[in-house]
Design a protein around this ligand. Structure first.
Ligand code: SF4
Length: 474
């Protein structure tokens, strides 16, 4: 029996059983080893795919190593983003300040790589010692004639979401500085797709085929010049709402560009996203082409999906992802495959997100906000799942418990977006859930549920046996 911290109780909801709304959108509870990353990491992952910019991490080497090229954000051109430049602050800089080292590093890197712009990320220690990063950036920008943009991403500033916001503000400094001549009336920006395994290319192809121009994908396969002119687009489509809503709101306020929340995961949501844009432009030719595209693509993948559905019917899935938009799409995609989502959670969901998640989940589904590995293990065991969907931090939990795992985070190498992405997803789920390897792996969940599948939430201090069990899983 694994316990849940008493203070986390309000962040766990069982549909049909818990009356109160889920508590969310707040700092992590002390003692709960959250799956969230720090604010710096949030900024870094959002800006990382801008491939022709210099990304310099101002801090100790560990911060830069922590997220060096861990994401599969592909570029069709420059690869500068894949380097991990750091000022490698050491004891002397911590005592006397790191501004001189930052200036030197920036000048050297700009001379050597000739980037289109530079982003400078502040880490925890920079916030503590009080380096004036903005002043150094201004100085180097003047001397070198390029934009050098500070990112206020000190790790302790807040949650990963704070980092997303800092990244949006940094990116927005470039917006509006480019020429928008030639941008057509049916034009969109796609925000919150990071071109993992080439997904932005798939989505861009759909829009172009339907007769809609994609001005900028922000930030997948990103370019500084695209950001400069993205204020010329007529509509912003926001996929990863947790990370990009702030930028979309800045664009709406400053340039009057409306935004729509969309998702390109799953057949239903991909079709809905394309129709959302086509209906917005109210152009009969665009609508016609969108209908043709959706009809053709669904017709192409649906027969194969039906076969997977027959094999997967009745299987149980758990999912824990960063943002809520992905959780919604996954619940629907799993339903299409005949599977039931018994656990759904996110790191950064808002009250509205969880309300929507509650609506689309079945009764009994456990919904969690800002969970931790021990809790996730508890529910995976109790709910006897066949598949766990998550990212790099969830993978070891599944492996330790002997449960099939599907990577739906930024480290994956297979595109899961769009119509063809749904087919890849089905193939992967099928291969994982029905792998012959499971006949050789004892199911901890079954053994556990045979003993005491407790749903009680109590303080660990009241149950020493549970503490021991938790230690064993950690
Ligand atoms: S910014 Fe702070 S919390 Fe984030 S990796 Fe660096 S030291 Fe750790």
């Amino acid at each position: 029996m694994i316990q849940v911290l008493e203070q986390r109780r309000a962040q766990i909801h069982r549909k049909g059983e818990t009356a109160t709304p889920l508590r969310c959108d707040r700092r992590s509870v002390a003692g709960s080893v959250t799956q969230r990353a720090c604010a710096f990491c949030g900024s870094r992952v959002v800006l990382y795919p801008i491939a022709d910019a210099l990304h310099l991490v101002h801090g100790p080497i560990g911060c830069a190593a922590y997220n060096w090229d861990i994401r599969g954000a592909l570029s069709s051109g420059p690869q500068l983003h894949r380097n991990s430049f750091s000022t490698d602050l050491q004891e002397m800089e911590v005592i006397y300040g790191g501004e001189r080292k930052l200036k030197q590093a920036l000048e050297e890197l700009i001379d050597r790589y000739r980037p289109k712009a530079a982003f400078v990320y502040s880490t925890c220690i920079v916030g503590v010692i009080g380096d004036d990063v903005e002043a150094v950036c201004r100085q180097v920008a003047r001397a070198k004639g390029i934009d050098v943009i500070p990112v206020a991403s000190e790790g302790f500033r807040g949650t990963k979401k704070t980092g997303y916001q800092a990244a949006c503000e940094a990116a927005f400094k470039l917006v509006g500085t480019g020429d928008t001549t030639g941008i057509g009336a049916c034009s969109v920006n796609i925000l919150g797709d990071f071109n993992i395994a080439g997904e932005s290319w798939i989505i861009r192809r759909y829009f172009e085929e339907a007769g809609m121009e994609v001005v900028a994908t922000i930030t997948g396969d990103g370019r500084v010049d695209d950001l400069r002119r993205c204020h010329g687009a007529r509509l912003n489509l926001v996929q990863c709402s947790g990370s990009m809503t702030h930028l979309a709101k800045l664009l709406e306020t400053a340039h009057g560009i409306p935004m729509r929340r969309v998702s390109f995961f799953g057949l239903e949501d991909t079709a809905a996203a394309l129709y959302e844009a086509a209906n917005f432009f109210n152009d009969s030719a665009v609508l016609e082409r969108t209908r043709d595209l959706v009809g053709r693509e669904v017709g192409r993948v649906y027969p194969a999906l039906k076969k997977y559905r027959e094999a997967l019917a009745g299987k149980r899935a758990a999912l824990y992802v960063g943002g809520a938009f992905k959780a919604f799409s996954l619940v629907k995609a799993l339903k299409l495959l005949g599977m039931t989502t018994v656990l759904a959670g996110t790191q950064t969901g808002s009250p509205e997100d969880y309300e929507l998640l509650r609506e689309i989940c079945d009764d009994g589904t456990v919904i969690v906000d800002d969970s931790n590995p021990v809790e996730l293990a508890k529910f995976i065991l109790e709910l006897d799942v066949d598949l766990f969907i998550g990212g790099v931090k969830e993978r070891p939990i599944a492996y330790k418990l002997g449960v099939g795992f599907c990577d739906h985070n930024h480290e994956r190498k297979i595109p899961l977006a769009g119509f063809e992405g749904m087919l890849h997803f089905a193939r992967e789920v099928h291969a994982t859930v029905l792998s012959p390897v499971w006949q050789f792996v004892p199911r901890r969940s079954r053994r556990s549920s045979a003993s005491t599948p407790s749903r009680e939430i109590i303080s660990p201090s009241k149950n020493p046996a549970a503490v021991e069990e938790r230690k064993g899983l950690a």
